[in-house]
Design a protein around this ligand. Structure first.
Ligand SMILES: Nc1ncnc2c1ncn2[C@@H]1O[C@H](COP(=O)(O)OP(=O)(O)OP(=O)(O)O)[C@@H](O)[C@H]1O
Ligand SMILES: [Mg+2]
Length: 238
């Protein structure tokens, strides 16, 4: 197992955001985490990447307990995180933003840069444009591209489709599939459950800090309770 999260509890002050989350991600998989606003999805990703500390429980990556390893070391180990709400550097160019993503690597990042420009031709066209003047969708691509610059073994994606127009949403999900087919394992958090379940192998459903269900993604697409809660109850699968 590439990533094993075991019974983690995470607090913000006295408030328990995660109340015993366990999940596994195997090498090569796309695993999606779906759930309502405030369920704890972002907190789960932040805890895996080391941005939030654990109160209890453990996180293992490639068999090693990383619960107490600093976030920047987890990046070097192969955990890439494209956070919610983008967080690019507005006053730096697209290319500078991408190179910032590679800061943790000691060697030359030309190969990764070429791969990111291949995945996102729009970024290649706008290398010298300031990050802050890129459109919302373009900034979303830049966030994902920056996380790919460390050549991660697992890519944590927090709502990559948020705020995008339908055509761009479709493209982003296709790109996530391509990233996975090129060998990167993906842990995907999405409000857009329909599309996430269509590209994922397995899924976990989160409710208020706990996991309430886990199943192959295709099964959840047809699960009446999941459809009612997260897929608008619409049975028209496309
Ligand atoms: N910095 C913080 N300080 C205090 N409480 C927080 C903080 N960040 C998150 N929380 C709380 O922790 C809980 C989980 O939040 P989290 O952001 O992980 O949810 P989420 O599932 O990602 O939601 P969304 O779908 O809205 O992005 C929420 O109740 C939230 O209010
Ligand atoms: Mg969130």
């Amino acid at each position: 197992m590439l990533l094993e999260v075991h019974d983690i509890h995470v607090h913000y002050g006295k408030i328990a955001a995660l109340k015993g989350i366990s999940l596994q991600v195997d090498e090569g998989e796309i695993v999606t985490l779906i759930g309502a606003n405030g369920a704890g999805k972002t907190t789960t990703l932040k805890t895996v990447s080391g941005l939030r500390p654990l109160t209890s429980g453990s996180i293992r990556f490639q068999g090693r307990d990383i619960s107490k390893v600093a976030g920047h070391k987890r990046v070097v180990m192969g955990i890439g995180h494209a956070p919610e709400g983008r967080g690019i550097f507005p006053g730096m160019t697209v290319q500078e933003n991408l190179l910032m993503g590679a800061y943790a690597r000691k060697d030359d990042a030309t190969k990764e840069l070429d791969e990111v420009y291949d995945l996102f031709p729009r970024l290649a066209e706008r290398k010298q444009q300031f990050g802050g003047t890129m459109s919302g969708g373009e900034q979303q691509m830049l966030t994902i591209g920056r996380a790919l610059m460390t050549n991660p073994k697992v890519l944590l994606l927090d709502e990559p489709s948020m705020g995008l127009a339908p055509l761009l949403i479709k493209q982003i999900f296709e790109i996530i599939t391509t990233i996975n087919q090129r060998g990167t394992t993906v842990l995907l958090v999405e409000q857009n459950a329909q599309q996430a379940l269509q590209i994922a192998h397995r899924a976990y459903v989160m409710e208020t800090g706990t996991i309430t269900k886990t199943a192959p993604a295709q099964d959840l697409l047809h699960d009446p309770a999941v459809r009612a809660a997260y897929l608008g109850g619409d049975l028209g699968i496309h």
